[in-house]
Write a protein that binds this ligand. Structure first.
Ligand SMILES: Nc1ccnc(=O)[nH]1
Length: 457
C-alpha cells in the first residue's frame, strides 16, 4: 500500500552521518537569521526603550548578543561534532533516563513560544488584510499561520532549511526597508536625545541580562539543526554571525519602533505592526509581512525542536505523528490571545530559570569534563551503559540543576538583583556541577569509568 507519509520527514534522534549533512555556511547563517528575526525578539526590544536611552539600548543589544551568541555557537557545535539533537545530548550529563526531564520541559516551553508567536502573526496578518480589504479575523489568521507551519515542519529538517534559505534574506531586505523609512520620515536626532523613563523598570544590567537570556533560550534547540552542518568552522561562524545580525535587526527594530511611537504620542500597543501602521499604513503592511514571515520561519523551528525533544523521550515514535499532534496543540493555545502577551515577560524569566542551568551543565560536561568527547552512538543506544550513572540518572547533574534553578528563581522573582540573574546562574551552575563531578569521581572512590570520564588524572 502506498503510504502518504513516506514523503514526510523521517528525522530521528540517531546521529546524522557526515556524508548526509545538508548545511553549509549560507544555510547555517540563514537558519539562525530565520530563527531570531522574530516578533517576540522585536517585542523584547520594545521593552528596552524608553526604560533605557536609545543608544544605550542598542549598545546593550549588541553586547548582550555577542556574549550570548558564544554559548549558542558552542552548543550548536556539540551537535555538529556528534550529529545528535540537543536533548539527546543532555543524556551525557543527566544520564540516559535523567535527560527525560529537560526534554519534557523543553517540549512544553517550545510550545509556549509557538503560542505567543502564532498569535502575534495572526494579529499582524489581520492588520495587513484589514488595511487592504476591511476584513478582520485574528483567530482565522492565527490558524492559517500554524497550518503553514505544520505543513513545512512535517517535511523535516530539509523542509525547514529550504524555508529559511528563502525567508531569511527576504526578511533582512524588508527590515532594511522598514528601518530606512523610519529614519527618513522621523528625526533620528530626537530619538537619540529622547529622555529615558524617570522610573525605569529595567536597569542597564537587567536589560543586558534579558538580551543574553534570549540567546540562552535557543541553546536547547541549537544542536537539533547544527547536527546537519558539514564543517565545524562554517557552522560556528554561520551560527554566531546569523544570530548576531538577526538579534540586532529584530531587537533594534523593536527599540526603534518603541522610541518613535513615544515621540509621536501614539497609542502604545503590543503589536509593532500597529505602531508602524499608525505612522504609515503602507509601511505597516510591509511590517506585517515581515512579522508573518518571521513567525513562520521561527515556529517551524520551535515545532521541529519540540518534536526532537519528544523523540528524545520516546525515540521509537515516527517523526510526523508528534509533529502533527503538537502542531494542533500549538494552534489551540494561541487562542489564549492577549493573555499570552500579558505574561510574556514572566515567560522569558521562566525560560531563563529552567534552561540556563541545563545549558550550563551541558556545556561544562562536554567541553570541560569530557574534553569534547561524547560517544554519539552510545548516547543514543545506551548499550554499554556509559552514560548510565546510577539507574540511568546522574544525581549530581540534578543537584546542580536544582541549585542553579533555585538561584535563578529566587533572584529573578523574589529578590531581583541589580545585575540580573542570567549570567550569574550560568556561572554558578557550571561551577557547582564541575565541583560535584570532580568530588564525586575522586572522594567516593567510584570508578571514573562509571562517569565516562576516562582513565586519566
Ligand atoms: N528561543 C526562542 C526564542 C524566540 N522564539 C522561539 O520560538 N524560541
Amino acid at each position: 500500500m502506498a503510504d502518504f507519509t513516506s514523503s514526510f520527514g523521517q528525522d530521528s534522534v540517531h546521529p546524522v552521518p557526515r556524508d548526509r549533512r545538508s548545511m553549509g555556511f549560507f544555510s547555517t547563517f540563514s537558519l539562525w537569521v530565520g530563527a531570531n528575526v522574530v516578533v517576540t525578539t522585536v517585542f523584547t526590544g520594545m521593552l528596552l526603550v524608553p526604560d533605557l536611552p536609545y543608544l544605550q539600548a542598542i549598545a546593550i543589544i549588541l553586547l548582550g548578543s555577542l556574549v550570548g551568541g558564544v554559548a549558542l555557537a558552542l552548543t550548536g557545535n556539540i551537535g555538529m561534532r556528534t550529529g545528535l539533537p540537543t536533548m539527546i545530548l543532555t543524556r551525557g550529563a543527566f544520564g540516559h533516563r535523567g535527560a527525560a526531564l529537560p526534554s519534557a520541559v523543553n517540549t512544553i516551553v517550545l510550545i509556549g513560544w509557538s503560542w505567543i508567536q502564532a498569535y502575534m502573526a495572526g494579529l499582524s496578518l489581520d492588520h495587513a488584510v484589514e488595511y487592504l480589504t476591511g476584513y478582520s479575523n485574528v483567530a482565522l489568521f492565527t490558524i492559517l499561520t500554524e497550518i503553514i507551519v505544520v505543513v513545512i515542519t512535517i517535511y523535516g529538517h530539509r523542509g525547514i532549511e529550504r524555508t529559511e534559505n528563502l525567508i531569511a534574506t527576504a526578511m533582512l531586505v524588508l527590515s532594511v526597508v522598514v528601518f530606512g523609512y523610519m529614519f527618513m520620515k522621523f528625526n533620528i536626532g530626537n530619538l537619540i536625545s529622547m529622555a529615558a523613563s524617570e522610573h525605569p523598570q529595567l536597569t542597564v544590567m537587567v536589560a543586558f541580562d534579558i538580551v543574553v537570556a534570549t540567546a540562552f533560550s535557543w541553546l536547547s534547540s541549537a544542536s537539533d539543526y547544527n547536527r546537519n552542518c558539514r564543517a565545524e568552522r562554517t557552522a560556528i561562524v554561520g551560527t554566531y554571525f546569523g544570530y548576531n545580525v538577526a538579534t540586532l535587526v529584530a531587537m533594534g527594530l523593536g527599540a526603534t519602533v518603541s522610541g518613535f511611537s513615544i515621540l509621536g504620542n501614539m497609542t502604545q500597543t503590543y503589536d509593532p505592526t500597529e505602531l508602524i501602521g499608525q505612522a504609515n499604513p503602507a509601511l505597516g503592511f510591509v511590517a506585517a509581512v515581515v512579522i508573518f514571515l518571521s513567525v513562520v520561519s521561527t515556529n517551524v523551528m520551535a515545532l521541529y525542536s519540540a518534536t526532537m525533544s519528544y523523540l528524545a523521550i520516546f525515540p521509537g515514535h515516527r517523526y510526523w505523528i508528534p509533529t502533527a499532534v503538537m502542531g494542533i496543540i500549538a494552534t489551540a493555545g494561541a487562542m489564549l490571545q492577549n493573555w499570552l502577551l500579558e505574561h510574556f515577560q514572566n515567560f522569558l524569566l521562566m525560560v531563563g530559570t529552567l534552561f540556563i542551568p541545563v545549558g550550563a551543565i551541558l556545556l561544562t560536561d562536554y567541553y570541560i569534563l569530557r574534553r569534547k568527547n561524547y560517544d554519539a552512538l552510545e548516547i543514543v543506544t545506551g548499550h554499554k551503559k556509559l552514560y548510565w550513572y546510577r539507574n540511568g540518572v546522574n544525581v549530581r547533574a540534578y543537584l546542580a540543576y536544582i541549585i542553579g534553578a533555585a538561584f535563578a528563581y529566587y533572584f529573578s522573582y523574589v529578590h531581583t538583583l541589580p545585575t540580573g540573574a542570567t549570567v550569574l546562574t550560568f556561572l554558578l551552575t557550571s561551577g557547582v556541577y564541575w565541583v560535584l563531578m570532580k568530588a564525586g569521581a575522586s572522594a567516593e572512590g567510584e570508578s571514573r569509568a562509571e562517569y565516562g570520564l576516562g582513565e586519566e588524572a
